[in-house]
Design a protein around this ligand. Structure first.
Ligand code: PLP
Length: 397
C-alpha cells in the first residue's frame, strides 16, 4: 500500500534546523569522544541496482554500530550523554566537560542517577550502554513479546531489565509514569505531548548516520527508503535531508509493516491516534501502534510517501541481502533491518508505484540496514540460513 504525502508544507518547522547538518556535526563531535565510535560502512550494490533498473543502490550498514548491532546506539547514547551532563551540571553548579563524564572522575556523583526507558530491544541496549559509560543505573522495560535473546543483550550492557505483561505502547506509558513517580530520568525514543526535548536528542543522534552517508556517497541520493516504527529514524533522515535541500533533493519514502503502519494511517490525521492491534510482526522493532508525535510532525512536512509491506516481503528482503547477486556484497540483517529493501522491492515491482515515486534509470537509492541479525534464531527460522553473529559485543571490548 502506497500513500503519497499530501500534507501542505509550512517550510518553517523549527525541528528541521535542529535535525540538520549543523546539528549532526555537533552530534558526531560528541560521539567521537566515546570508545568505539567510527562511521559505519556504506556498501554499493551495483548488480541489484541493475536488476531494479536504478542508477545506483547504496546501503548504509548499521549492523555493527558501536558494536551494539543497530543504528539505535547513536540516539540512545547521545541522549544519555546529554542528560548525564545536565544532571551533573545541576549538582556541580557548572557544566562538566564530556571528557570528565567519560573518564570516570564523576562516577560517585553519577551513581545517584537512574535512567529508564521502554524498548523493543535496540533502544534499551543503547541506553544501557550509555549509562554504563557514565556509571549510572539503567532500568529498561520491555513488553511481553520481546524474545529472551533481546533481554540478555540489554542485561549484557549492565542494565536491570523488567519484562512487563503489556504491549509496546503501554510499556512506553508505564516507563513515563514510573519515571515521574520515582524521580528517574526518562530517555524516550518516542515523544508524547510535551516530550520533545529528550526524544529530539535521540533523533539528533540518528542524523549522524545520514551525515556520514552523504560524506561516503559520490553523489547525494534521489531516494531514501527508510523503515519506521514510531518514526524517529525516518523523521531524522527526512528532516536532515530537508534542511540540506539547497544541496540535496531527496525523496524520503517511509516503510512500515502493513500490520503496524501507524504513520501511514495517521498521515492525514489532525491528531494521531493509536491504530488497532494485529498479530505481532516479524519486523518486531517496527511493531508500534502509535507514532512519536515529534516524528509524525516532522514527517508530515518532509516525507514524500508512506509505504506498507507484508511480513513475507521483509523475510524475502533479508534473504536477498544474505544471498546476494553475483558481485554484490553480502549484508546480514534482521527483518526490521531489511524493511527498507522490502519497500524498494515492493515499489520497484509495480509500474504505477515506480512512476509515482520517480524510480527510474536515473534514481540513486539509499537504504539503511538498521540492524544485524541480532535475533539469530529468528534469522535462521526466516531464512533457513545459519549465522554467527557477534550481537553481544560490548563497547568496552
Ligand atoms: C532495527 C530498527 N530499525 C528501525 C527502527 C525504527 O525506528 P523508529 O522507531 O525510530 O521509527 C527501530 C526501532 O527500534 C529498530 O530497532
Amino acid at each position: 500500500m502506497l500513500k503519497m504525502n499530501t500534507h501542505p508544507r509550512s517550510a518553517t518547522l523549527p525541528e528541521l534546523a535542529a535535525l540538520g547538518p549543523a546539528a549532526a556535526a555537533a552530534v558526531r563531535d560528541l560521539l567521537r569522544q566515546c570508545p568505539a565510535y567510527r562511521p559505519t560502512p556504506l556498501l554499493d550494490l551495483p548488480r541489484l541496482a541493475q536488476e531494479l533498473g536504478l542508477a545506483q543502490l547504496a546501503v548504509k550498514d548499521e549492523s555493527q554500530r558501536f558494536g551494539l548491532g543497530a543504528f539505535k546506539a547513536l540516539g540512545g547514547i547521545y541522549a544519555v550523554l546529554r542528560l548525564g551532563q545536565d544532571y551533573a551540571a545541576a549538582r556541580l553548579q557548572r557544566t562538566p566537560h564530556m571528557a570528565e563524564l567519560l573518564d570516570g572522575s564523576l562516577r560517585e556523583l553519577m551513581r545517584g542517577l537512574t535512567m529508564v526507558c521502554a524498548s523493543a530491544g535496540n533502544h534499551g541496549k543503547a541506553v544501557a550502554a550509555g549509562c554504563r559509560l557514565l556509571g549510572c543505573r539503567a532500568l529498561i522495560y520491555v513488553h511481553r513479546s520481546v524474545r529472551p535473546c533481546r533481554l540478555e543483550a540489554i542485561r549484557a550492557q549492565g542494565a536491570e531489565v523488567r519484562q512487563l505483561d503489556l504491549g509496546y505502547d503501554d510499556a512506553v506509558a508505564q516507563a513515563g509514569a514510573d519515571a515521574r513517580a520515582h524521580g528517574y530520568v526518562l530517555v524516550s525514543d518516542t515523544a508524547g505531548p510535551g516530550g520533545d526535548r529528550v526524544t529530539g536528542w535521540v533523533m539528533q543522534g540518528y542524523t549522524a548516520l545520514i551525515d556520514e552517508a552523504l560524506e561516503q556517497l559520490p553523489q547525494p541520493p534521489t531516494h531514501v527508503f527508510v523503515q519506521a516504527g514510531v518514526g524517529g529514524l525516518a523523521g531524522a533522515a527526512a528532516a536532515y535531508l530537508a534542511a540540506a535541500r539547497a544541496t540535496v533533493a531527496t525523496r524520503v519514502i517511509v516503510v512500515e509493516p502493513r500490520r503496524a503502519a501507524c504513520l501511514l494511517h495517521n498521515a492525514d490525521a489532525a491528531v494521531p491516534a493509536r491504530i488497532a492491534a494485529e498479530a505481532p510482526s516479524v519486523m518486531s522493532m517496527l511493531d508500534c501502534r502509535e507514532p512519536s508525535l515529534l516524528a509524525w510532525r516532522v514527517l508530515r512536512e518532509t516525507a514524500y510517501a508512506y509505504l506498507a509491506v507484508e511480513e513475507d516481503e521483509a523475510v524475502h528482503a533479508v534473504r536477498r541481502w544474505a544471498a546476494p547477486s553475483d558481485g554484490d556484497p553480502r549484508l546480514l540483517a534482521g527483518a526490521s533491518g531489511a524493511t527498507g529493501l522490502a519497500g524498494l522491492l515492493h515499489a520497484g515491482a509495480r509500474a504505477p508505484m515506480r512512476e509515482a515515486l520517480g524510480l527510474d534509470a536515473a534514481a540513486r537509492v539509499l537504504l539503511i540496514n538498521s540492524e544485524g541479525p541480532n535475533d539469530t534464531q529468528a534469522f535462521t527460522e526466516q531464512t533457513g540460513l545459519s549465522v554467527v553473529w557477534p550481537a553481544q559485543a560490548s563497547m568496552h571490548a
